[in-house]
Design a protein around this ligand. Sequence first.
Ligand SMILES: *Cc1c(COP(=O)(O)O)cnc(C)c1O
Ligand SMILES: [Zn+2]
Length: 404
Amino acid sequence: MSFGISCFECGRTVEDPFVDSCPTCGGRLTVDMDLGAIKERSPIELRSRPLGVWRYAPFLPVDATKAVSLQEGATPLYKCKALADLVKIKDVMVKFEGANPTGSFKDRGMTVGVSRAVELGCKIVGCASTGNTSASLAAYAAKARLGCVVLLPSGKVAAGKLAQAMFYGAKVVMIDGNFDDALKIIREMGAAGHLYVLNSINPFRPEGQKTIAFEVLDQLDFKVPDRIILPVGNAANIWAIYKGFVEWKEMGWIDRIPKMTGIQASGSAPIVRAFRSGQRDFVPEDNPETIATAIRIGNPASGKKALKAIYETGGTAIDVTDEEILAAQRLLGRLEGIGVEPASATSIAGLAKLREMGEIDGDERVVCVCTGHVLKDPDTVMRSCEAIIHSKADTSSVLRAIGA
Ligand SMILES: *Cc1c(COP(=O)(O)O)cnc(C)c1O
Ligand SMILES: [Zn+2]
């Protein structure tokens, strides 16, 4: 558990634990784990701890004995035969992150981020959020008995997420603006010392999220999949998972890294546009719009990190329309019994589209990361499904109603 913090852009070491970006160039920060200090000689040795984020404690930059944990991680890796047959790909798996304590992968980053906040002696934590970050932070702040402030874009937060943030006792503030505006404000509040910011620009969040890579490898008995597909919003998760693979490659525990493949919604796709024109930086989108509210982000804070993960692994990035997202969401539910929120369904929509485009080979082994639970956004689901049938309360009426 020996580590340093440095700037992703200029490489300078950063000492102040309370800055959220490089004091010299403003770049994103990263945690550099001292992998030489890890004593395990193989990933098998980690298996003495239960599957989940904290199995990988030697790779995490906080004291695991004092972790603020709700037993996050250990999510299912489903083998999806019917889906694989449909899209004509040999092996399709879904890493179902909706099975985390608050129903999204955000819990993996929050267990590490809130543990760090406690180590630093912080009393109030905060975040800007499209919903899931606030739900997760509120729960972990409750567990750690910290004050919690969340900033949300008004009118654009799915009901389940909003209910969670309120339920766990956060101060919930809706701003008259979008996520990008909210992030700017919370960072200003953090810089002024009002709270400790736990958005994914905080480099301790991706440290927890990189355990998605470790778990997938663990669940596949250390056989490396060919490709990882996931939604890209603020763009930290694709970087985090990439970082996990890189660390195990540096340990000599795996010999290659899957193609990191990012999917965005068409109305909110700055990373896809940058990738198409071969750029390492992106042009923000002023008015991002999509039904997949978790990725309705025009100025992804970790966009450059995401592009690096994609380029370095020979991956790709495409966008999918809201119609394709909703169709993929229903398909995954009806074909595999897996319920994911719209943003998560972009992985499946992207899988199908990339296969059609010939970008994905039929003999690939693909893992789609489905980031959040279907119950997060019940309104969208109910609007996109067949209408409810109403009937009088007698058997023959019900039989007539169902067309029997
Ligand atoms: C946060 C989130 C994303 C986007 O992850 P980034 O790290 O911001 O790219 C995707 N799906 C769901 C369900 C999320 O909560
Ligand atoms: Zn810098």
